[in-house]
Design a protein. Structure first.
Length: 461
C-alpha cells in the first residue's frame, strides 16, 4: 500500500510520500535509544510541562488538523475536531496524574521482617523506546492514548502509522517537537507494514503496542514473542448492544444510531450486533431503522454531514460483500443495503434483520455503518448471542433491572460493560478486550503501567 493521502470522498490522490530508507531508520533508532538515556531521568514536573504545552498547541491547531484527518480518512469534520479536543484533554489528564499513578507502592503487608528486610517497595521505571503500530480510523486519538502515558512514564515513542494518514502522522511528530520535547522523544517512521518486523527485532526497541486487525496483531505478537518483548494488542470488535424489556427503548434506539455510525461506523468499539428482547424487538427495530435512515450522508467537510465515506475502496468492497452474503442467506435490509452511485467510497447506514449464525457478518467485524439485529427470547439467550463471537472488546446493556445488570457484568465476555449508554473511551477508564480482541490495557493507571519495569526494591535490616 503506498504511503499517500487519498481523499475518500472522491478518490483523488493529494500527496504521496517515499518510505524511509535503511539509513534514515537507523538514524532514528539510534536517536531514540540515546534520547531515552537522558529523558528517563527528567522530573515528572518537566514532562508534565511539555505535555501540557503539546495540549495547548493541539487546541490551537484543531481546525486545521481536523480538516487534514477528514481529507485523509473521511470522518465528518465535526467529529474530527472533537477527536482533537479529546486528545488535548487526555494529555492534560496524564500530565496532572502520572506522578501519582506511578508513585512508589508499599506492599499490602507492611511487615517484611520475615524476609530479613526492613523495608520493601515497588517502583515503576520506564522500559525504553516503544513501537506503536497505529490505525487510520482515529488517527490522532489512537496515537495520543499511547503517547501521553508513555512519555509521562519516561519512555520514548516510535510511531508506525497507517499508510493512508501520513500527514496526520507527521503532524504528531511535529506537535511534540514544537512543544519542546527533546529530539527523539517521539518520532514518526514513514514505512510500510513490511518493515515492521525488522524494527520489532531490533534490540533497541523494548516493547510494542498495536491497534489494528487480527492478522496484524498476530504478526506483531509472534515476532515480539520470539524476541520476548512486551506487547499490548487492541484488535477488532463486534460489540453487542443488548436491550431488555425494562429499558427506555426509545432512548436505547436513539443512542444505538450514534453507537453504530460514529466515525462512519469504522470503530472497533462501535456497537455492531443489536440483541433485543422479543417483547420490545418490533418497537426498537422500527425506531432504530428510522434513526439510521434519517442520517445525513455526504461530504465530510460539510458541517451538517453525519456520515461520510469509508476510508478506502477496499473497505467499502469488504463491507458490501458482508451485506450481500447476508441478504443471499435470507437477511432483510430494513434500510440501506445498496451501494450508492457516484464518486467516493460511500455506503449507506444499513440495518439487517434476520441474521443467522451461518452468515459471514455474524462471525466477522463489519467495519462501516451496518448493524445486525437479533431477537432474544430471554436473558439467557441474550447472553448466549452476545458471547457468540470471536471478539470480546466491549458491550452495551440496556436494562433498569439491577439483577440483570449483575448477570450481564458477570457473564458477558468483554473488556467493558456499559449500562444504559454507549461504549466510549476515557483517560480514566482502562480500555482493552479479551478473546480475539487482544490483550493488555490502554488508558488509566493500568495503561501507563503496561510499559513500565515493575521493580521490587528491598532493603535489608
Amino acid at each position: 500500500m503506498p504511503i499517500a493521502t487519498v481523499n475518500p470522498a472522491n478518490g483523488e490522490t493529494l500527496k504521496t510520500y517515499e518510505a524511509m530508507g535503511e539509513e534514515e531508520l537507523e538514524r532514528r533508532l539510534q536517536l531514540a535509544e540515546a534520547t531515552f538515556r537522558t529523558y528517563r531521568t527528567t522530573a515528572f514536573a518537566e514532562r508534565a510541562r511539555l505535555l501540557n504545552r503539546a495540549a495547548d498547541l493541539l487546541d490551537e491547531d484543531a481546525p486545521e488538523i481536523a480538516r487534514v484527518m477528514t481529507t485523509e480518512m473521511g470522518k465528518p469534520v465535526k467529529q474530527a475536531r472533537a477527536e482533537a479536543a479529546k486528545c488535548a484533554k487526555a494529555m492534560r489528564w496524564y500530565a496532572e496524574r502520572a506522578e501519582g499513578l506511578l508513585a512508589d507502592e508499599e506492599p499490602a503487608e507492611p511487615d517484611v521482617t520475615d524476609s530479613g528486610g526492613s523495608r520493601a517497595l515497588v517502583r515503576y521505571r520506564p522500559l525504553g523506546p516503544v513501537l506503536a503500530v497505529m490505525p487510520w480510523n482515529f488517527p490522532l486519538w489512537q496515537v495520543v492514548r499511547f503517547a501521553a502515558p508513555a512519555l509521562m512514564a519516561g519512555n520514548v515513542g516510535l510511531l508506525k502509522h497507517a499508510s493512508n494518514v501520513p500527514q496526520t502522522a507527521l503532524y504528531l511528530e511535529d506537535l511534540f517537537h514544537r512543544a519542546g520535547f527533546p529530539e527523539g522523544c517521539f518520532q514518526t517512521l514513514l514505512i510500510g507494514s513490511g518493515a515492521v518486523d525488522d524494527i520489532l527485532r531490533d534490540d533497541r526497541v523494548k516493547a510494542a503496542t498495536l491497534t489494528g486487525s487480527e492478522p496484524a496483531g498476530r504478526a506483531v505478537a509472534a515476532t515480539s514473542g520470539q524476541m520476548v518483548k512486551k506487547t499490548v494488542l487492541e484488535l477488532g470488535g463486534s460489540d453487542p448492544f443488548v436491550v431488555m424489556p425494562s429499558a427506555d427503548v426509545d432512548r436505547a434506539a436513539e443512542v444505538a444510531v450514534t453507537a453504530r455510525v460514529q466515525n462512519n461506523g469504522q470503530s472497533c468499539i462501535a456497537a455492531k450486533r443489536f440483541i433485543v428482547h422479543t417483547d420490545v424487538y418490533d418497537r426498537f427495530a422500527e425506531r432504530f431503522a428510522e434513526g439510521m435512515r434519517a442520517l445525513k450522508v455526504g461530504d465530510p467537510l460539510e458541517e451538517e454531514t453525519e456520515v461520510g465515506p469509508l476510508a478506502s475502496e477496499s473497505g467499502r468492497d469488504d463491507l458490501e460483500e458482508l451485506v450481500d452474503d447476508a441478504r443471499r442467506g435470507g437477511a432483510t435490509a430494513l434500510c440501506g443495503g445498496e451501494r450508492p452511485q457516484g464518486p467516493g467510497w460511500y455506503y449507506p447506514p444499513t440495518v439487517l434483520a434476520g441474521v443467522t449464525r451461518e452468515m459471514r457478518i455474524h462471525r466477522e467485524e463489519a467495519f462501516g455503518p451496518v448493524a445486525t439485529l437479533y431477537r432474544a427470547g430471554d436473558l439467557d439467550e441474550a447472553v448466549l448471542l452476545a458471547n457468540d463471537s470471536p471478539f470480546g472488546l466491549s458491550s452495551n446493556v440496556w436494562t433498569r433491572d439491577e439483577a440483570e445488570v449483575d448477570r450481564f457484568v458477570r457473564d458477558l465476555e468483554a473488556g467493558g460493560v456499559f449500562v444504559n449508554g454507549m461504549t466510549a473511551s476515557h483517560p480514566a477508564f482502562p480500555f482493552g478486550g479479551v478473546k480475539r480482541s487482544g490483550y493488555g490495557r490502554e488508558l488509566s493507571g493500568h495503561g501507563i503501567r503496561e510499559f513500565c519495569n515493575i521493580t521490587t526494591v528491598w532493603h535489608g535490616a
